[in-house]
Design a binder for this molecule. Structure first.
Ligand SMILES: [Zn+2]
Ligand SMILES: [Zn+2]
Ligand SMILES: [Zn+2]
Length: 412
């Protein structure tokens, strides 16, 4: 919320000034920022969400405050910025020194005019519209049955559990793909010709990318807090199921499609959310503000002093919050196909130069042609018993070379 990123590729957009203005604006409202180091993710909405935090986020942005001798240990802003400066930062009237070295793509609005989704380019706007957003847009151009119902669904997700939002995206994605396949089939233009027997087989085809993830039902596989009573477990899982049903009914009122009725069963909904539980990677895109403030900090002393006269009040107002990154979870179908090993030969990684939401898988050792690529779903340095316990949530007992070796050692 405090950073403005492309709703499709998660690249930061607008300008350095706009990003700063936006953060100050939300701080003014008392909205806490996401902490890149994953310390503050105990958001009440996320009680039942995945909590595999990544610790790859950069904290290099701290330098300026430490060196600048003007740091405050509290994350609350001590100084507030005049409202008109804040607005002139957001609308581009105020330019900050050296920001021209950190150009960001200009903001492209949603084609459905919802004022919720923004893009880095017309191509991202178009791709998101075609693939996901046209059914979930709350603007005038939306293809939802009812934007009013859609707003109720979103409000419910924000109040209860925001994992319902990506689940709706999966359903919207499948419906839109199905409609496209069907249009091709009827017109005879696409790859689907008369050999396709039924519209249902097109729905299965549309569902294919999603079907790659490991799936278990959400209320069955979700981690519950350790301190709950065993006797309460069944009741809590039942409550989670009821919550999912509430959410599904709201979504149905918003985007139901008779031909895709199969997608709207509670069973499927539970499995989609379960898939997010089990396959998601934390996605972090570092804020360009980190590099911007570092650039100022690294200037020769005269230039630095001049720039700081302008930047200092802003930094003081931002407090510790200026390096806020864009943080979320993401589902990558290809990555979700990779099997687990406690001695993996690859890992999902985000490099500093990766400015968007893509996941990069890097190899940890040479991999031979034909050899399986494995990643670790858990912290592979944990003792074997803890590893097996965590992996039981994914529905298997690990028999990787490391586990086998440690089991044999344990027996001897
Ligand atoms: Zn984009
Ligand atoms: Zn929209
Ligand atoms: Zn193992």
């Amino acid at each position: 919320m405090n950073c403005l990123v492309c709703s499709y590729c998660f690249r930061f957009i607008g300008s350095i000034e706009h990003q700063i203005g936006r953060q100050l604006f939300w701080l003014d409202f008392g909205v806490p920022t996401d902490d890149c180091e994953g310390k503050e993710l105990s958001h009440p909405n996320r009680d039942f969400c995945n909590s595999h935090h990544s610790d790859e986020a950069g904290s290099s942005g701290k330098e300026l405050q430490e060196n600048g001798g003007c740091s405050s240990s509290s994350s609350k802003p001590k100084v507030s910025i005049p409202k008109d400066l804040l607005h002139s930062l957001m609308n581009g009237d105020t330019l900050l020194p050296y920001s021209e070295h950190f150009p960001l793509p200009s903001i492209v609005p949603c084609p459905g005019a919802c004022e919720e989704s923004y893009y880095c380019s017309p191509s991202c706007a178009h791709a998101d519209w075609e693939e996901f957003h046209s059914l979930l847009c709350t603007g005038k151009g939306s293809k939802a049955l009812s934007t009013e119902a859609l707003l109720k669904f979103i409000e419910h997700a924000n109040e209860t559990n925001d994992i319902f939002l990506p689940a709706a995206k999966v359903i919207s994605f499948t419906i839109l793909r199905y409609r496209k396949f069907k249009a091709d089939w009827i017109s005879g233009k696409g790859k689907y010709d008369a050999s396709v027997k039924s519209a249902f087989s097109l729905l299965l085809e549309a569902w294919k990318p999603v079907s790659m993830g490991h799936k278990k039902c959400w209320w069955g596989c979700v981690d519950l807090p350790n301190d709950i009573d065993h006797g309460d477990e069944g009741a809590i899982r039942m409550q989670i199921k009821e919550l999912a049903d509430e959410s599904l009914q709201l979504l149905k009122a918003a985007i139901f499609d008779h031909e895709c009725e199969a997608l709207f069963s509670l069973e499927i909904y539970g499995h989609i959310i379960g898939m997010f539980e089990l396959n998601n990677l934390d996605l972090i895109v570092e804020s360009p503000l980190v590099n911007y403030f570092k650039h100022i900090d690294d200037l020769p002393s005269l230039e630095k002093r001049e720039a700081e006269q302008i930047i200092r009040p802003i930094l003081d107002a931002l407090g510790d919050e200026y390096s806020t990154c864009c943080q979320g979870t993401a589902f990558f179908p290809l990555q979700s196909c990779m099997n687990h090993s406690c001695k993996p030969n690859a890992k999902a990684f985000k490099r500093e130069e990766d400015l968007d939401g893509d996941a990069i898988i890097i190899t940890l050792e040479p991999i031979q042609k034909g050899e399986e690529i494995t990643i670790s779903y858990i912290d592979e340095d944990l003792p074997i018993e803890e590893r097996q316990e965590l992996l039981a949530d994914y529905g298997f007992r690990c028999k990787c070379p490391k586990c086998l070796e440690e089991t044999i050692e344990g027996v001897n």
